[in-house]
Write a protein that binds this ligand. Sequence first.
Ligand SMILES: [Zn+2]
Ligand SMILES: [Zn+2]
Length: 314
Amino acid sequence: MGSLVISIDAELGWGFHDLADPPESRVESGRRGWRRLLALLDRFDVPATWAVVSHLMLDRCDGRHADHPAPPGWFERERGAWADRPDLRFAPDLVAGILAADPDHELAAHSFSHVLFGDPETTPEIAREEYERSREIAARWGLVVDSFVYPRNDVGHLDVLADCGFRAYRGRSPTPEGIRGVADAAIRDRSSLVHPRIDEFGLVSIPASLFAFGFEGRLRSIAESVWTDPIVARARRGIDRAATDDGVFHLWLHPNNLRATRDDDRMAAILEYAAEVRAESALEIETMGEVADRVGPSRTGDRNEATTRAERVI
Ligand SMILES: [Zn+2]
Ligand SMILES: [Zn+2]
């Protein structure tokens, strides 16, 4: 039997701070979407993996981060255009909401400042700083984060991720994201279940199955209700498959994708269906951390063995 995993890239302004022209409606929807998503998960008693940009867990900062090895200018927007927008840069209130929620959510990391780990300019030193800060800030909250979601799914510096004590990450989707993945019948009908595996660094890779908001624009506007919403249909098929077959249906999204009621309705339809299937079948709804517990090496002995194996391969 399989499971459903939902991972959430929670970032507020940090998801866009490096863009020349941040998409205003997404930027301004982050807090709204965060609260709606938390409420929906609560309503259907569904636990999720919340991968939070850990700068959001700070109360304040100097806007400079002079001791961070990122290139000059990386933190420019927070001390420039967003200097008077602490609501985009800090969110201890929203993080506390995750921790206080009834479902047993996992708090995971989405880096410290949304660095792109596959970018050639991101050195191992920068990667390490981003990973370590996530662990340190969580520790100040009395928490351990050991699942990681890469900004823009740009996977990189996995050796350093393992070295910093993480156990699991969201791997790239085996199928194309976005419009093609939904519109192309050959891809649409392929099973969207993924199979977590232990990689050469002893980390558990849990690939993404489906981006819940990969279907937007013109075709989205044709789909007027959840009854005709192709993402809801695809999510239902994935949940059905996970109820009968081995594998994980791994859905992911950002809080800022919930910009309007119809977005809330899409997530409500998916979560309601997941809760129904869970009640009637062997379907489990797990966090990434629970998947890592199930399929990964243990935290001590096996992990070292896997790391040693990886070192030998290198
Ligand atoms: Zn800062
Ligand atoms: Zn992100």
